[in-house]
Design a protein around this ligand. Sequence first.
Ligand code: HEM
Length: 196
Amino acid sequence: MEKTKNPAAGLRQRLRDETRPFHNALEARLPLARGLLSERHYRDHLSFLLGFYAPLEQRLQAVAGLDEVVSSLNARWKTKRLESDLALAASTSSRACRMEVDLIHRDEAIGALYVLEGATLGARVLLPRLRRAGVLPGATGSRYLDAYGNDAGRMWESFCTNLQALPQAAGPGVINGAVDTFRNLLQWRKRWERHA
Ligand code: HEM
């Protein structure tokens, strides 16, 4: 079990503390985050994410009771958005590799969702940069990066409210799920780079 640095802090703060090193390491590796804003890098980013999201979301969709604790769950899945963005970017996911995902229990699933929902905050940072660089294809822009449009703030806040409403006993499982998911994502990124 992961040790929290400050067990008395709220779940949201603990999640942020425990996963920050992974976030920083990942961000440092992502070409788009480092200002490499070409169409090739955008396509590669989508392919990389699809290989991670598709198997993970498939697993998460099979977790019983998740929709009882996470609001608007159906609107949060991103696999189809990534697929349609890749099709628009004239790429059929050049590299169709997929990550392996273990069975996930409900609390861990919430932790995994924390990672995926948090990624929408980073997407909001990348979106205007890519727009300015003229990289997004077609009038529809990016269905993944702009997943929630004007509702982005509301979707994140409602997810955080869902987190705070969980019973205290759920905390360790949620944190483990988030840390594992970030660790897997970082591993996936390293594998992706090795085969680039
Ligand atoms: C797939 C890749 C990414 C994942 C999984 C991810 C995950 C997360 C998570 C979980 C949070 C929530 C932290 C919290 O609890 O407040 C977050 C916040 C954030 N991320 Fe990322 N992120 C990703 C990529 C990026 C990138 C590329 C950028 C910048 C270009 C970025 C910038 C941010 C910012 C600015 C915040 C908000 C920080 C705050 O308001 O405190 N992220 N991200």
